[in-house]
Design a protein. Structure first.
Ligand SMILES: Cc1cc2nc3c(=O)[nH]c(=O)nc-3n(C[C@H](O)[C@H](O)[C@H](O)COP(=O)(O)OP(=O)(O)OC[C@H]3O[C@@H](n4cnc5c(N)ncnc54)[C@H](O)[C@@H]3O)c2cc1C
Length: 319
C-alpha cells in the first residue's frame, strides 16, 4: 500500500477555494510521514491554479459534465480516480460538496469516513482523526482502521498558507469514467442577491452578538465599524432577530470569514460561531464573562462592558 494523500480541489467560477490549500498543506505533512506523494485532483477546470505548487502531481479530469458540480457526476469521477490511484488517504473539505462526496466515496471505495474533522494525526500506520460531534460541543478521536480512509475537514482547521505555493506541478490528464448516462444535469448557479456588503471579502470585521441587547444598540457598533472602515458582521441571534441581514451572519449556518482581524463584541463563542471565524488571523474579543469560550480562540480579550468600550474606541478613532 502506498502512502499517497489525495486532495480534491474545490473551485467555483475558476477560483480555487481556500479550503483546498488548507488540505494541501496538511496533505504535505501527512504524505511526508507516510513516504507518499500529494495528489490534487481537479475536475472540470481548465488547468491547475498557479498556486498549486504544493502538490506533487495534479490529476486533471475534463468532461463537459464536470464543468460545474453535480453530485452524480463528481461522485462517479472521484470514485474512478481513487480506484485508479489507491491513495492511503483522501481529504475533502467538510463543505456541502465534500459532505456529499465523502459519504459516497466511503461506500463506493469501502473505506472508513470521518466527517467534521478538525485534526489528523498518524499513530504508527493508523490515521487518527479528531472529529467534532454534537454540533462541535464534543471532540472525538477516531481511529480509521484499515489501509484506506476518507476525511472531510472543517474549514479553518489548518493554515491555508502551508498549502499555497508557487510553481507548476506536473499535470496528468486522467480520463473521466463513462458519464453518458447521468440522470442529473447542471442547470444554473443561483447566487444570492448582491447589494449587501460581502463580509467574506473584508480584511477587518467588527462583529456583534446577543450581548448588544437590542436593535436600537446596533448603531453603537455600526459607528465603530464606520470609524474603522469595516463592515459589521454578527452572530446568529442578531440576524435571527432581524437586527442585521442574514448576509452578515458568521458561522455554521452563516458565512465562513477569514479576515486579518475579527473584533467580537458580546459574542459568547459557541462552536457554531467559531466554525465561521476561527481562521481569522487575529481575534480580539470583548465579553463581560471571563469564562466565555470566545476567549479560548481570542488572541486578545477584555472583560470590559461593551457599552463602555465601544463608544470609547469610536471616540478615540474619530478624535
Ligand atoms: C445547527 C446550528 C447552527 C447554528 N449556526 C450558527 C451560526 O451560523 N452562527 C452563530 O453565531 N450561531 C449559530 N448557532 C447558534 C449558536 O449555538 C449560539 O447560540 C450563538 O452563536 C450565540 O450567539 P451569541 O454569542 O451572540 O449569544 P450568547 O451566547 O447569548 O452570548 C452573548 C454574550 O454576550 C456577553 N455579553 C452580554 N452583555 C455584554 C456586555 N454588556 N458587554 C460585553 N459582553 C456582554 C455575554 O457574556 C455572552 O457571552 C447555531 C446553532 C445550531 C444548533
Amino acid at each position: 500500500v502506498g502512502g499517497d494523500v489525495l486532495v480534491l480541489a474545490e473551485h467555483v467560477d475558476g477560483r480555487v477555494d481556500d479550503s483546498t490549500y488548507e488540505l494541501i498543506g496538511k496533505a504535505r505533512e501527512l504524505a511526508a510521514a507516510l513516504d507518499g506523494r500529494v495528489e490534487v485532483a481537479i475536475f472540470g477546470a481548465s488547468g491547475p491554479a498557479p498556486s498549486m505548487g504544493g502538490a506533487d502531481v495534479v490529476l486533471s479530469v475534463q468532461h463537459a459534465s464536470l464543468a460545474n458540480y453535480t453530485a452524480e457526476a463528481y461522485e462517479r469521477t472521484l470514485l474512478s480516480v481513487v480506484r485508479q490511484r489507491e491513495p492511503r488517504l483522501v481529504l475533502l473539505a467538510n463543505s456541502t460538496v465534500g459532505l456529499d462526496l465523502g459519504a459516497a466515496l466511503s461506500v463506493g471505495w469501502v473505506a472508513p469516513l470521518a466527517a467534521y474533522v478538525v485534526g489528523i494525526a498518524l499513530e504508527g500506520a493508523a490515521v487518527v482523526a479528531t472529529s467534532q460531534i454534537m454540533g462541535g460541543k464534543v471532540l472525538a478521536e477516531v481511529v480509521l482502521e484499515g489501509d484506506r480512509a476518507v476525511c472531510t475537514v472543517v474549514g479553518g482547521s489548518f493554515p491555508a498558507d502551508d498549502g499555497r505555493a508557487d510553481g507548476s506541478p506536473p499535470v496528468e490528464e486522467v480520463a473521466p469514467p463513462d458519464l453518458s448516462d447521468l440522470r442529473t444535469a447542471f442547470v444554473a448557479l443561483a447566487k444570492s442577491e448582491a447589494g449587501d456588503v460581502d463580509i467574506t471579502a473584508a480584511d477587518l470585521l467588527v462583529s456583534v452578538g446577543r450581548g448588544i441587547g437590542s436593535e436600537d444598540n446596533i448603531e453603537l457598533v455600526q459607528e465603530l465599524a464606520d470609524a474603522l472602515g469595516a463592515p459589521l458582521s454578527a452572530s446568529r441571534p442578531v440576524t435571527d432577530s432581524g437586527w442585521l441581514p442574514k448576509s452578515r451572519q458568521v458561522g455554521k449556518s452563516g458565512l465562513k470569514v477569514k479576515p486579518k482581524a475579527y473584533l467580537a463584541f458580546g459574542i459568547s463563542g459557541a462552536p457554531e460561531h467559531l466554525e465561521g471565524m476561527r481562521g481569522a488571523e487575529l481575534i480580539v474579543a470583548c465579553n463581560s464573562d471571563p469564562e466565555a469560550p470566545i476567549f479560548e480562540v481570542a488572541h486578545y480579550g477584555t472583560t470590559k462592558d461593551l457599552f463602555d468600550l465601544v463608544p470609547a474606541l469610536t471616540e478615540k478613532l474619530s478624535g
